[in-house]
Design a protein around this ligand. Structure first.
Ligand SMILES: CC(C)(COP(=O)(O)OP(=O)(O)OC[C@H]1O[C@@H](n2cnc3c(N)ncnc32)[C@H](O)[C@@H]1OP(=O)(O)O)[C@@H](O)C(=O)NCCC(=O)NCCS
Length: 196
């Protein structure tokens, strides 16, 4: 397995692979994303445009089987910047994590832990960030598509040193498997202080 770190426009040759991977993995609860290559192309453009974005790609014989992303929050879309601006936080000091996605057969071997280590290390090396932040979707406990054996990632994130900020919220539009068009999904943020 090959771990490849790419920045900004260098992702361009892999955008379609990454889009396919996101569509496949995010069909699962809690995302339930009925993805399209069109939505993906727009989403991934934000990262491709940001010179300081990071893509950690996991390749198995040149097939993208996992990926994790991040970028300066100031390069993100308004939905992610606005809650911090309204809270009076300097967004120039925040590095934002996009997703971590791995095909199921590659899980449980430490790659997810590695995604956090690689992204935090990169944010520290850039030298201008105090915090790493990401957001997660909130689904009701009685959601009809919640698998009975679903394990939330909260513990996994706590173990990586992240604190949930349930009061810091946003909404992001996408189309769920049960929907015929996009609708807003509630998201809340998690944060870690990466200062030495
Ligand atoms: C989130 C995700 C990327 C995690 O990846 P993963 O590679 O399975 O995670 P890891 O194996 O690194 O870590 C999971 C746990 O196994 C442990 N672990 C690490 N190495 C291990 C190994 N060799 N063997 C067994 N367990 C191991 C980790 O310590 C961690 O436990 P901890 O939180 O108690 O420390 C993966 O589950 C996924 O793609 N999920 C679906 C998409 C998603 O929900 N993404 C997150 C939001 S964008």
């Amino acid at each position: 397995m090959d771990l490849r770190l790419l920045h900004g426009p260098a992702i361009t040759p892999h955008i379609e692979d990454l889009a396919r991977l996101r569509i496949e993995v995010f069909r699962e609860f809690p995302y339930l994303y009925d993805g399209s290559l069109e939505y993906e192309a727009e989403y991934l453009q934000t990262y491709a445009r940001s010179p300081d974005s990071l893509f950690v790609l996991v390749l198995d014989h040149e097939r993208v089987v996992g990926a994790s992303t991040g970028l300066p929050l100031s390069d993100e879309i308004d939905e992610f910047k606005q809650p911090f601006i309204e809270a009076g936080v300097d967004i120039e000091r925040i590095f934002y994590f996009g997703e971590s996605v791995l095909l199921p057969e590659y899980r449980g071997h430490g790659l997810g832990v590695g995604f956090f280590a690689k992204r935090e290390g990169y944010a520290r090396r850039l030298g201008r960030f105090d915090f790493c932040v990401f957001s997660s979707v909130e689904r009701p406990l009685d959601h009809p598509r919640r698998p009975p054996d679903y394990q939330p990632l909260d513990e996994f994130w706590h173990h990586r040193g992240y604190q949930h900020l349930p009061q810091l919220r946003t909404e992001l539009d996408w189309q769920d498997l049960d929907e015929s068009s996009q609708s807003p999904k509630p998201m809340s943020f998690w944060i870690k202080d990466i200062r030495p």
